[in-house]
Design a binder for this molecule. Structure first.
Ligand code: FES
Ligand SMILES: [Fe+2]
Length: 449
């Protein structure tokens, strides 16, 4: 039973320059249950990319909140989204993260289903003495009430009461275009995805992806290594784009180095300027991309971009490129599924650079992710306190946040709801407001007014 009123959890008073979030939304199990119901099981959730089920009968499994999901390509090449739960007694049918199967056999009593979700057989049916009414029922896997693709990105909902996907993505769809358009052939996930968990709330990951403020504090070993590489001018196999930019340097003050955009429905982007550098694997395509998409859009593909499509998809592109799927397990436990996402058809050299830089920065064994997950777990311990429940990590950038876009968004025809331009030190926190305004909209009615 949730005893909170919305105003006790999100203190959103723009006219007074106040935005605060209560620790309770990160660690109260009753709020977590409501989030699953209202946010994950009540709206669009990212499931995976179409290329994960490339060939007929390919499938992968995913989650919408607590509900197990099966995405399968049928024999005719059509993708379908299903609840991965047997109509017999509810067991998960597909057991693996991905594979190829014409027929899925439930491990409990062997009911079987084809790649279009249709029931193919009920074990020992004739001997089963079923009543006639049984044949009148569907024994197929339940289809998702909503399942749509945008540029190869697949989303589903266990609720039919959702807007069309294009409306939900809104302007943020153009940021998915910046990923999808890097190759005419589209994108793929590089083999070697990694799943890991941390003992902290799912919104810690949601925020961290968009948090430029933590970089110089939480990742000192990575920054020291970049300095060393620069000084030794090493011919290290791992070049880094960070060596070629002042973005991470505390003293690079004054100029516009990047900023943030916020969109309706909780989607956000923070970004930084890298320029067209050979430290990026995309460099080999720089001219071709400018010819095809124009220079402005090409330049944006080379910017550092951390994109969140609320509530569970994040695509981070800097020295390499990562796709992350956030799966909340409980108020204080989260599973992350992460892959290197890459344009199809890039050269072996570009792919090698992408993978080396991915290992360097993104992998759980790399130099950034462990720093972040340790910080999440530190925060989660601190959330136990209600002595002063309000968190203040939403105030940086308040006086720099503007309604609408700016010159950097209009150049690619992007119209965000709000924007901030930043030097290397701003570390905008106002883009998180978008998450919590979307959160509040979904939770209205479930909490007191
Ligand atoms: S639960 Fe699937 S066959 Fe019984
Ligand atoms: Fe980080």
């Amino acid at each position: 039973m949730v005893r909170y009123e919305l105003g006790e959890l999100i203190d959103d008073r723009p006219a007074d320059g106040i935005f605060r979030v209560s620790r309770a939304i990160f660690d109260d199990p009753a709020i977590f249950d409501l989030e699953m119901e209202r946010i994950f099981e009540g709206g669009w959730v990212f499931l995976g990319i179409a290329d994960q089920a490339r060939a007929p009968h390919d499938f992968f499994t995913s989650w919408i909140g607590r509900v197990p999901i099966l995405v399968s390509r049928d024999g005719e090449g059509m993708l379908g989204g299903f609840v991965n739960s047997c109509p017999h007694k509810g067991s998960r049918v597909a057991q693996t993260m991905s594979g190829n199967a014409r027929v899925h056999v439930c491990p409990y009593h062997s009911w079987s289903f084809d790649s279009a979700g249709r029931n193919k057989a009920i074990k020992l049916k004739k001997a089963g003495c079923y009543a006639e009414a049984f044949d009148g029922q569907s024994h197929d896997l339940a289809r998702l009430p909503a399942f749509e693709e945008y540029r190869g990105f697949l989303f589903g909902s266990v609720s039919a009461d959702v807007p069309p996907l294009a409306e939900y993505l809104g302007e943020a769809a153009k940021l998915l275009d910046l990923v999808a358009d890097q190759s005419e052939e589209g994108v793929e996930l590089v083999p070697g995805g990694v799943t890991f968990t941390y003992d902290g709330n799912w919104k810690l990951q949601l925020e961290n992806c968009s948090d430029a403020y933590h970089f110089t504090s939480a990742h000192p070993s990575y920054i020291r290594l970049l300095d060393q590489r620069q000084k030794s001018n090493s011919q290290s196999a791992v070049k880094s784009v960070w060596e070629k930019t002042d973005y991470w340097k505390e003293d690079a003050e004054g100029d516009v180095q990047g900023g943030s955009f916020s969109f309706d429905h909780g989607h956000v982007l923070n970004w930084g300027r890298f320029g067209i550098t050979d430290a990026l694997p995309l460099y080999e395509s720089a001219e071709r991309l400018a010819e095809r998409h124009g220079e402005a859009k090409r330049d944006w593909m080379f910017n550092m971009r951390n994109l969140t499509i609320f509530p569970n998809l994040q695509i981070a592109e800097n020295a390499s490129s990562q796709l992350r799927v956030i799966r909340p397990i409980s108020a204080d436990r989260t599973e992350m599924r992460t892959w290197c996402i890459a344009p199809k058809g890039e050269s072996g050299d570009a792919r090698r650079l992408r993978i080396r830089q991915y290992e360097d920065f993104f992998n759980p064994s790399g130099m950034a992710t462990p720093d972040d997950t340790v910080s999440y777990e530190n925060c989660q311990r601190g959330f136990a306190s209600r002595v002063e429940p309000w968190l203040q990590g939403y105030s940086r950038g308040m006086s720099a946040s503007r309604t609408g876009g700016n010159a950097f968004s209009s150049v690619i025809g992007l119209a965000p709801a709000r924007s901030v331009l930043a030097d290397a030190q701003l570390g905008d926190e106002t883009l998180f407001h978008s998450y919590y305004r979307a959160w509040a909209q979904r939770m209205v009615g479930a909490l007191g007014a």
